[in-house]
Design a protein around this ligand. Sequence first.
Ligand code: HMG
Ligand code: MG
Length: 319
Amino acid sequence: TRNDHVRIVEVGPRDGLQNEKQSIPVATKIELVDRLAQTGLRTIEAGSFVAPKWVPQMANSSEILEYILRTTAQSPQPITYQWLLPNRKGLDNFLSVWESGSSSQQDAASAPSIELSIFTAATEAFTQKNTNCSVAESLHRFQPIMARAKELDLKVRAYISVALGCPYEGPNVDPHKVAELAVSLLEMGADEISVADTTGMGTAPRTAELLKTLTAAGVENNDLALHFHDTYGQALVNSIVGLEHGIRTFDSAVGGLGGCPFSPGATGNVATEDLVHCFHSLGLKTGVDMEKLSEVGEWISGELGRTNESRAGKATLAQ
Ligand code: HMG
Ligand code: MG
């Protein structure tokens, strides 16, 4: 049944790489996206259109988008590529590549599907650090993005950061604030809300409480995704809490890559390999080939000179 299927949003090429200090060659980023596309993953966040002075690592995202638009679907199944952007400028930079790339595509049927992601946060302090504006101003910035996306028939996901803890305001973020933002973003036309534990401070009971609050506010499980960073090692446990609540979309990064430059001390996203292994053990379907995925995690960790943070990935390769 439909309920047996879990959708995984692979954020490794964006969230996973954005915080790396050394500049990663664009060829490596493209190879990562291409390798991930061969694992059975269907949704990949491939880059961001943010200010390069704030996040220099993502400065060549337009080259990745160009590449994806040029090389139509070589993957076994159609893939959706998502692009993170905070404001009008990001949208314009995205559109200048997307509009020329998609018009040159001869075979529209094999064209990759493209979606946008916008982001705000549940606390004022984090929103200021991350996007240099208030929460209200961030919503205001989304209006032209949403309007243009609707005209162009592009889906938009919206992240709510620090939903389970803020590096500046502490762990007890008000779940009602998260719910209120989720409702506003859906009313503005967001197609999906990704509720993010940026700091990894979330615990099982507080995750359950947050999800109950979202449900009580009228937010449907089908409109939600969960995005856990694994700083305290609670990401898998919290994912199970989400699963039991009825959520079926989860964000993760291969090899447990990742971190937000504006969330000091926070580590990577939950490793995609760990999530896939866990979901398969529960009889759920992800469509992902665990062996192939584990190889990608090992490869990219090597490229970055990092330890592979996925326990399940390492164990799979050691078998
Ligand atoms: P600002 O400095 O207030 O922007 O930054 P500004 O409007 O004053 O512009 C300053 C300069 O930046 C100007 O250039 C603009 O053109 C340029 P200058 O005149 O100095 O040459 N600029 C841009 N350039 C490229 N792309 C753009 C853009 N916008 C302005 N989009 C801004 C405000 C929002 C731009 C900045 O704060 C920013 O880019 N922030 C992004 C931060 C970021 O990427 N954070 C990480 C991603 S979010 C995350 O990781 C959390 C998530 O994973 C979920 C979770 O775990 O919580 C999604
Ligand atoms: Mg994140």
